[in-house]
Design a protein around this ligand. Structure first.
Ligand SMILES: O=P(O)(O)OC[C@H]1O[C@H](OP(=O)(O)OP(=O)(O)O)[C@H](O)[C@@H]1O
Ligand SMILES: O=c1cc[nH]c(=O)[nH]1
Ligand SMILES: [Mg+2]
Length: 210
């Protein structure tokens, strides 16, 4: 049986941040802050089923058992827009390693072009979260996940803020075992490959480029 995990997080605090991010009236500073908040909420949900290890804890009164994450966490940001999600993730997992994959979508062909890669050691042993706010055609996500699998990632997950059904289908087709956590599943893509209703160009809104 093919596993097709998509978890669209349903939470009022996340929904509120997504409304801020969608609004054309939201400026750069507020956009960055809302994206960090939303990424924290997504991280909380995306980490829900990571393996835990039992540890012994001594309270002031007696010894008991507690939980620790069984494997190190690695966050891999798809540049540039994925950078906007890293701080939110690190608020929840401050000791996570952070990798970077440089990737830009050619706006004529809609194909992703690689331009950078920097990955910390320990990919094989880590729970790896690839983060990018926008999952549109899925070309960038599939390329990023392919690079991470080639780098040795075994426990691999994708976290995005806004997903189009086309992108979800593309990731599911290429990586049926990779769970996707998303903040919203939108209607679809327009003729230019933009997510509708979406939030526009996430990278441009974070960095002020146009
Ligand atoms: O699913 P796709 O059709 O591949 O589109 C999604 C990609 O497009 C955006 O990045 P972009 O290429 O605009 O680069 P940027 O983050 O530097 O702005 C976005 O952050 C994704 O990486
Ligand atoms: O809607 C979209 C599609 C791709 N990249 C974005 O930033 N926004
Ligand atoms: Mg990109």
């Amino acid at each position: 049986m093919v596993l097709r995990p998509l978890h669209v997080v349903d939470h009022p605090l996340l929904a509120r941040q997504i409304a801020v991010l969608r609004s054309v009236a939201t400026g750069r500073e507020q956009f960055r802050a809302a994206l960090a908040e939303a990424a924290g909420a997504l991280a909380y949900e995306a980490l829900r089923d990571v393996p835990v290890a039992e540890v012994t804890v001594r309270t002031p009164l007696e010894e008991t058992t507690g939980a620790a994450l069984a494997h190190p966490v690695m966050v891999v940001a798809v540049l540039r827009a994925g950078l906007g999600m890293v701080d939110g993730f690190l608020r929840l997992v401050p000791d996570a390693a952070v990798g970077h994959l440089g990737m830009r979508r050619n706006e004529e062909t809609l194909q992703p072009e690689d331009y950078y890669e920097s990955l910390p050691a320990g990919v094989e042993a880590s729970t790896v979260f690839v983060v990018d706010p926008m999952l549109a055609t899925g070309g960038s996500a599939v390329a990023a996940l392919t690079r991470m699998r080639r780098a040795g990632a075994r426990d691999l997950r994708l976290v995005c803020l806004v997903a189009a059904p086309e992108g979800v289908a593309a990731v599911h087709a290429a990586f049926p075992d990779v769970p996707i956590t998303a903040g919203a599943l939108d209607r679809g893509l327009d003729a230019r490959g933009f997510i509708r209703p979406g939030l526009g160009d996430a990278g441009d809104r974070i960095f002020g480029t146009e």
